[in-house]
Design a binder for this molecule. Structure first.
Ligand code: SF4
Length: 234
């Protein structure tokens, strides 16, 4: 699977030129303003604040869209939001799609008591070189050795009284959901795995919240913990 990252080192924002009135003498033969036909400037963003700002703007635009209750297909909303935010990379389109789905089911999710929610953690977040977590049909059992972020995730879930499972993939998640029937599901995963889970759980009445990995791949992936706490505390 291709690695995808929205960590600050890799973010690219493509500037979208503002539409402005073009004087008649600057008009091209086709009637379009030459100023608007210049290629969009590409701006490299290199600090964490910029990434946080993009996320904040995406979330704000999505809440506005949902507040006015537009009867518009999700894909058009996502397209509009990324255009307005000025981020065109595929990873931001994926991020925006996840946030849109989360927003749609957030109200129902927030009604479910924490004790009836389950968090699914992907095993790719483990420190594969050092992890000694035993594995069985319920997934990996983190020993909280502190060698990776999963120690913090599991501690955060337990402090909140939320059950967690560290799974090896989507089918293990589906089996656990079928067996335990949680009233709400929180999945941490890459966009591909999130999409597959949405598809497989389409008929489920349990609201789902997804947290997209900051850096995906098969091993040593990364997560923005604050995004997870935000979802858990909803
Ligand atoms: S904290 Fe848990 S998942 Fe991470 S390396 Fe240690 S045992 Fe493995």
């Amino acid at each position: 699977m291709a690695e995808e990252s929205i960590s600050e080192e890799y973010v690219t924002v493509v500037g979208i030129p503002e539409a402005k009135a073009v004087p008649a003498e600057k008009m091209g033969e086709d009637g379009k303003g030459t100023e608007l036909r210049k290629p969009a400037g590409e701006v490299k963003v290199g600090v964490k604040e910029d990434v946080e700002d993009i996320k904040r703007r995406i979330k704000a635009l999505l809440s506005k869209t949902l507040m006015v209750g537009l009867n518009t297909p999700g894909s058009s909303i996502v397209e509009e939001v990324v255009k307005k935010t000025g981020v065109l990379d595929e990873k931001w389109v994926h991020y925006t799609s996840v946030q849109l789905q989360n927003n749609i089911s957030r109200e129902n999710f927030a009604r479910v008591p924490r004790g009836e929610r389950i968090v699914f953690i992907p095993h790719c977040l483990r420190n594969v070189q050092k992890c000694k977590a035993p594995v069985d049909e319920d997934g990996y059992h983190c020993l909280k050795c502190g060698n990776c972020v999963i120690a913090k995730i599991t501690a955060g879930c337990e402090q909140r009284g939320i059950r967690w499972y560290m799974v090896g993939g989507g089918s293990q998640l589906i089996n656990i959901v079928a067996r335990l029937k949680p009233k709400a599901i929180i999945g941490i995963a890459c966009f591909n795995e999130i999409s597959l889970a949405w598809e497989k759980l389409k008929g489920s009445s349990s609201p789902i919240q997804a947290v997209m990995l900051k850096k995906s791949g098969c091993v040593n992936t990364e997560l923005d913990l604050n995004e997870l706490w935000e979802v858990l505390d909803a």
